[in-house]
Design a protein around this ligand. Structure first.
Ligand code: ACO
Length: 301
């Protein structure tokens, strides 16, 4: 479709394959599939969930929220539901919000989902972006725990000065969808890759170091780092800054590419199922995304 090569993509990004939904597949169905797996693992029933948080930039509709669509599809009749718009950092923002609500006592069983159908907003004529993005979903159930296990600390930050480094100009109230057609590049993700790259390394490093510091931990205490899977070179630089060897970093970018808000929970789920996460392990998660936004969480599993 564009002037590129397998060699360029592998060496510059670490991406080998990506998953792309059919045009008729709904992003909410991926969210529901991930939620079902998380609920099985947590032995939770739909009526137990009292808050649904979905991080996404690709909801089925602009109105209502994707969280309400998932609530309907899953019959979670006792829940409140809302979306989080923080691009690739969205799942960790969700984890932080869930942590605060649990600690406040307002909610007791929170479903946090990261789900994206980025293929619906990817311009397959733009080589700067079309080789990077994939579709996917991941989910977690957050609830109160006894003792020392659980979320030890979270960190979130954003910088709105850089909104135009990564954005979809169309589809908001400024340029409603009806005003443009599918051949107009403004309906797709536009990205300044090299600028994002520079910020990403600084932001993932800052988020990781700050979240460890507030938990009273250091890089060497981390059993496994689960970073946002955007570019292998960003991950390597971040791990170096934080003092974590690459053997302790979970990677699946080669198989999924950048799935935005789905990236961290997809990787966490895989790490868990591959036996890389054991009770009491210290897990560091960090992400950055459009906004710009950056967040991290550290968990004693
Ligand atoms: N194939 C071949 N060449 C390409 C391709 C491609 N797919 N894409 C860009 N190039 C070219 C550029 O045109 C440029 O050519 P030029 O020098 O003739 O102008 C050259 O490669 C180098 O371009 P750079 O942008 O400097 O390449 P870089 O090494 O930075 O890699 C990349 C580009 C992979 C996009 C990188 O910048 C990156 O990963 N940035 C971060 C992107 C990201 O992580 N976004 C995350 C947020 S996503 C979200 O929030 C939804």
């Amino acid at each position: 479709m564009v002037e590129t090569s397998d060699e360029w993509i592998k060496t510059r990004t670490g991406i080998v394959e990506r998953r792309v939904s059919k045009p008729e597949d709904e992003a909410s169905d991926m969210a529901v599939a991930a939620a079902r797996q998380a609920m099985d693992m947590a032995h939770a029933a739909p009526e137990d969930i009292d808050l649904i948080l979905i991080a996404t930039v690709t909801p089925d509709y602009r109105l209502p929220s994707q969280a309400c669509i998932v609530q309907k599809k899953m019959g979670m009749k006792n829940a409140a539901a809302m979306d989080i718009a923080a691009a690739c950092a969205g799942f960790l923002n969700g984890l932080s919000i869930a942590d605060a609500y649990i600690k406040s006592g307002q909610f007791r069983k929170i479903l946090v989902i990261g789900a994206e159908k980025l293929s619906s907003v990817t311009d397959y004529r733009d080589r700067n972006t079309c080789v990077l993005f994939g579709d996917g979903a991941g989910a977690a159930i957050i609830e109160p725990t006894e003792g020392e296990r659980g979320i030890l600390s979270t960190f979130l930050k954003s910088d709105g000065r850089y909104t135009e480094l990564l954005w979809i100009p169309d589809g908001g109230s400024k340029y409603p969808y009806q005003s443009l057609n599918g051949s107009d590049p403004r309906v797709y993700i536009k990205m300044n890759g090299s600028e994002i790259f520079k910020h990403a390394v600084r932001m993932m490093g800052e988020a990781s170091l700050k979240v460890l510091e507030s938990a009273g931990l250091k890089g060497e205490d981390v059993t496994l780092m689960v970073p946002h899977q955007a570019n292998i070179r960003i991950i390597e630089s971040t791990a170096r800054r934080v003092g974590i060897p690459m053997e302790k970093v979970y990677l699946n970018i080669a198989y999924y590419g950048n799935t935005s808000a789905a990236s961290v929970p997809l990787a966490l789920n895989e790490a868990l199922r591959n036996g890389k996460v054991k009770e009491n392990d210290i897990i560091l998660m960090a992400a950055f995304g459009g906004g710009l936004t950056w967040s991290a969480a550290v968990v004693r599993w």
